[in-house]
Design a protein around this ligand. Structure first.
Ligand SMILES: Cc1cc2nc3c(=O)[nH]c(=O)nc-3n(C[C@H](O)[C@H](O)[C@H](O)COP(=O)(O)O)c2cc1C
Length: 439
C-alpha cells in the first residue's frame, strides 16, 4: 500500500489555508491503511518505558472495525467455547488479516480471566499447531512486538484500580466485593493491572475479544451487558459493536449472535430510559468529527458530565479520502464557506452549558462547527470549547469560537492530541475539575 500524507505538508504546526508549513517534522505515519498523527514533537529526549499500542484506523471507517479487529472475533469466541477445530481456521484467517503472532497469543491470554485457564491454554496449544502448519507450508508470520514492561513504581493493584476506574467510569465497589475481597483484589491487580497493562492489545481490542467470548458462553449475560457498557466507554461505537455481533452471528453461531444483539438492545434501551428520566440535564456536547477522534473525546466528556450529546453532520459528507478532505477544507476555509448542516434534534434553548468540539482543521475549527455557530443562537450560555489535533494544538480555534459567540461566556478550552486509541481521560478530568464540573 502507498503511504500518503497531505500534499505540500510536513507538519501542522502553524498551518493555515494559505500559508505553507515550515517545520520538516514527519507528522503523519502510515499504520495500516489509515493515517496516524504522531505525537507533538518535543525538544526533550524521547521517553522510554511502556508504549501505548497504536491501532489501525482509517479516515473513512471510523464506525467500522478494522480487518484485524474483525478477525479477532471468531478467535476469541472459539477460544472461549473451546471449539478448537473452528478456532484453528479462525487463527489462520487472523494471521492472514495481519494480526501478529503476539497479538493472537494475547487473545487467549486475556481470555483466561473470562473463560479460565483450560480454555486459554487449549487455545494457545491450538495456535502452536497453526504456526507449525504455516511454517511447514513455507509461511513466515510476523511475530510482532511483545508487551512493554508495566510502569515501575506502581503496584499492579494501584495500576489496576486506576485502569478499572477509568474503563468502568467510576470506582468499582459493592457487596459482592465486600463479601469476597480476594476477588476484588484479583480483578484489580491481575485483570485490570497486569493484563490490561500489557500493551500488545489496546483496550478496544481487549473489549472486542471479551464481548466475542462472553457472547459465545452460556450463563454470563450480566457480564456481557456490563461489557457492552465498558466497550462504549473505551470508545467503540454502537456501529462497531453491532458489526461485531453480526460477524459473530455469521461466523460463530447465529443464535448466540441474536442473543447478544438482544442483550445489547436492552443495554441501549436502559441507557435511554435513564436519560429520559433526568429533567435536570443542562449540559449539551455539540461536536463535529470527520475521522472519529473528536467524537471519541466528546463521548468521554459526555460520560464525565452526564450531558446530552449531538453530532453536527454536514448535509454533504466530506470525502473519506485524506488528501481530498484536506484540499476541500483548505478551499472552504479560504472562502469562508459554511456547509449546510443537518438540523440538530436537541432543543438548544434547554441547555445552559454547551461544550463545542471540532478537529483542528488548518489551525482553526472545521467549517461545519462554524456553520453551527452561525445558525444557532448561543447567547447567554456558557461555552466550553474543545479541539482534537494532529500536533498543532488548538491553533486559532478558541479565538474563532469566542468571536462567533460574542454574547456567550466562553470558558477555557482544551486541545488534546487526537491519535487513535486515545481517550485523553486524564486531561479531560483535570480540565473539567477546573470548572467544578467533575470532582
Ligand atoms: C482537513 C484537515 C486539516 C487538518 N489540519 C490540522 C492542523 O492544521 N493542525 C493539526 O494539528 N492537525 C490538523 N489535522 C489533523 C486533525 O486535527 C486531527 O487528526 C483530529 O484529531 C481529527 O479529528 P476528527 O477525527 O474528529 O475528525 C487536520 C486534519 C484534516 C482532515
Amino acid at each position: 500500500m502507498h503511504w500518503q500524507r497531505p500534499s505540500n505538508l510536513d507538519h501542522w504546526h502553524g498551518a493555515t489555508p494559505d500559508t505553507a508549513m515550515t517545520r520538516p517534522v514527519p507528522a503523519v505515519t502510515r499504520n495500516g491503511p489509515g493515517v496516524v498523527w504522531e505525537e507533538k514533537a518535543t525538544d526533550g529526549p524521547c521517553r522510554g518505558g511502556a508504549r501505548k499500542p497504536v491501532e489501525e484506523r482509517t479516515m473513512d471507517t471510523n464506525t467500522r472495525l478494522s480487518k484485524k479487529q474483525q478477525a479477532m472475533i471468531p478467535i476469541a469466541a472459539f477460544t472461549a467455547s473451546g471449539d478448537l477445530e473452528k478456532l484453528k481456521p479462525a487463527m489462520h484467517e487472523g494471521l492472514d488479516a495481519g494480526l501478529t503472532v503476539n497479538e493472537i497469543k494475547e487473545i487467549p491470554t486475556h481470555l483466561y480471566a473470562y473463560a479460565g485457564f483450560p480454555r486459554a491454554l487449549n487455545g494457545l496449544g491450538a495456535f502452536m499447531t497453526v504456526l507449525d502448519e504455516r511454517r511447514a507450508g513455507g509461511i513466515t508470520d510476523e511475530i510482532g512486538r511483545d508487551a512493554a514492561p508495566l510502569p515501575t513504581g506502581t503496584s499492579s493493584l494501584e495500576l489496576g484500580e486506576e485502569v478499572q476506574t477509568k474503563i468502568v467510569g467510576r470506582p468499582v465497589a459493592g457487596p459482592l466485593y465486600d463479601f469476597a475481597p480476594a476477588m476484588d483484589r484479583f480483578l484489580k491487580s491481575h485483570l485490570f493491572g497486569e493484563l490490561f497493562g500489557r500493551d500488545v492489545l489496546d483496550y478496544q481490542d481487549r473489549e472486542i475479544a471479551t464481548l466475542s467470548a462472553l457472547s459465545n458462553m452460556d450463563g454470563v449475560e450480566p457480564q456481557l451487558k456490563a461489557h457492552f457498557g465498558l466497550s462504549l466507554n473505551v470508545g467503540l461505537t454502537e456501529g462497531q459493536i453491532r458489526e461485531l455481533l453480526s460477524i459473530l452471528g455469521a461466523k460463530v453461531d447465529r443464535q448466540k449472535g441474536l442473543n447478544a444483539e438482544e442483550a445489547f438492545r436492552e443495554v441501549l434501551q436502559e441507557k435511554g430510559d435513564n436519560r429520559k428520566g433526568d429533567n435536570e440535564v443542562k449540559t449539551l456536547i455539540v461536536f463535529f468529527s470527520h475521522s472519529g477522534n473528536t467524537r471519541r473525546f466528546a463521548r468521554v466528556i459526555q460520560e464525565m458530565t452526564g450531558g446530552d450529546i449531538a453530532e453536527i453532520q454536514p448535509v454533504e459528507p466530506y470525502p473519506g479520502d485524506y488528501d481530498a478532505v484536506v484540499r476541500q477544507a483548505k478551499r472552504e476555509l479560504g472562502a469562508g464557506f459554511k456547509p449546510p448542516i443537518r438540523t440538530l434534534g436537541e432543543d438548544i434553548g434547554r441547555y445552559g452549558t454547551v461544550f463545542l468540539g471540532s478537529p483542528n482543521w488548518w489551525s482553526t475549527i472545521a467549517p461545519p462547527l462554524q456553520a453551527f455557530l452561525s445558525g444557532y443562537d448561543l447567547s447567554g450560555k456558557t461555552i466550553i470549547p474543545f479541539i482534537t489535533h494532529g500536533g498543532g494544538g488548538a491553533g486559532r480555534s478558541f479565538a474563532e469560537i469566542a468571536a462567533l459567540c460574542p454574547n456567550s461566556t466562553v470558558l477555557e478550552g482544551l486541545a488534546v492530541f487526537g491519535g487513535p486509541g486515545r481517550d485523553n481521560r486524564d486531561e479531560a478530568s483535570a480540565w473539567l475539575a477546573r470548572f467544578g464540573i467533575v470532582p
